[in-house]
Design a protein around this ligand. Structure first.
Ligand SMILES: [Cu+2]
Length: 90
């Protein structure tokens, strides 16, 4: 990792810290994920949405934890994209 890359990473982290207070966390219960590919597909679908800051998909637990900016996107849109990817959301 070059010096430039380290600097960029720090700036990203600083920006994240600033906006973190406005972030909301949501846990989406998902059924139908059976393997790592499903996990990646759900992760990718959610991450592609504007306003999503962080996604963690728990394959065994059947859930996704999403940190998002509630001013940019709402929880229903997060669920909708998971459904569009082919999985069931409770
Ligand atoms: Cu799969």
């Amino acid at each position: 990792m070059s010096f430039g890359e380290i600097k960029t990473a720090c700036q990203v982290r600083d920006n994240y810290a600033e906006v973190k207070e406005m972030s909301e966390q949501m846990v989406i219960n998902i059924t139908g994920m059976s393997c790592n590919h499903c996990k990646m597909a759900v992760e990718k679908a959610i991450k592609a949405l504007a306003g999503v800051k962080e996604v963690q998909v728990d394959l065994q637990g059947g859930k996704a934890t999403v940190i998002y900016d509630s001013a940019t996107i709402d929880g229903e849109a997060l669920k909708a994209v998971v459904r569009d990817a082919g999985y069931e959301v409770k």
